[in-house]
Design a protein around this ligand. Sequence first.
Ligand code: AMP
Ligand code: ZN
Length: 161
Amino acid sequence: MVFRDGLPTKYLWDRFEHCAAPGPPARSRGRAQRLLRSSPFPALTMTQSDCLFCKLVAGDIPADVVFRSDRVLAFRDISPQAPVHILVIPSEHIGSLDQAGDTHATVLGEVLLTARDLARSEGLAEGGYRTVINTGDDGGQTVHHLHLHLLGGRSMTWPPG
Ligand code: AMP
Ligand code: ZN
C-alpha cells in the first residue's frame, strides 16, 4: 500500500469523486471503492461524501463564485459578517488546517495569495482587512473543509469572541 500525507492511496482515489481535481479512470475508481469497503478509514471516506464545500466545488450546490483556479475556489459567504465576506478554499478536500500535510504547501500558498488578490479587487487593501482560518471545535470551525475567511469593509475589533 502506498501512502501520501499519511493516508493510503485508495482513500485518496475515493476523494477524487467528490472534488474537482481530475481523478483516475472509472475502472480504477471502482476498484478503489471495492478496496475501500475493507478500509481501516471508513469514517474519513464518509466525511468526504458529506462535505458541503466539496459539493460546492463540484457544482452540486450553487455558490456566488468570485474566483476559481485548478486548485482554489473563492465564493461569497452565505451569511456575511462584514460588507465583504469571502471564503477561499482548496478544491481538494482538506478537513482543516490541522489535517493539512506538507504536500499541501502549494495549495495553501495559493489560498493566501488568492485572498490577497481578492482583497485588492474588492477595494479592501488600502483600508485593511481580516483573514481567519477557524480550526476545530475550539476554533469555531463548523464546515470541515479547510477555508479562509476574507472579511473587510468595516473596522474589526480584537480580541475575537
Ligand atoms: P466556519 O464557522 O469557520 O467553519 O465557517 C463556515 C462558513 O461557511 C460560515 O461563515 C457560513 O456562513 C459559511 N457557509 C455555510 N454554508 C455555505 C454556503 N452554502 N455557501 C456559502 N457559505 C456558506
Ligand atoms: Zn470537502
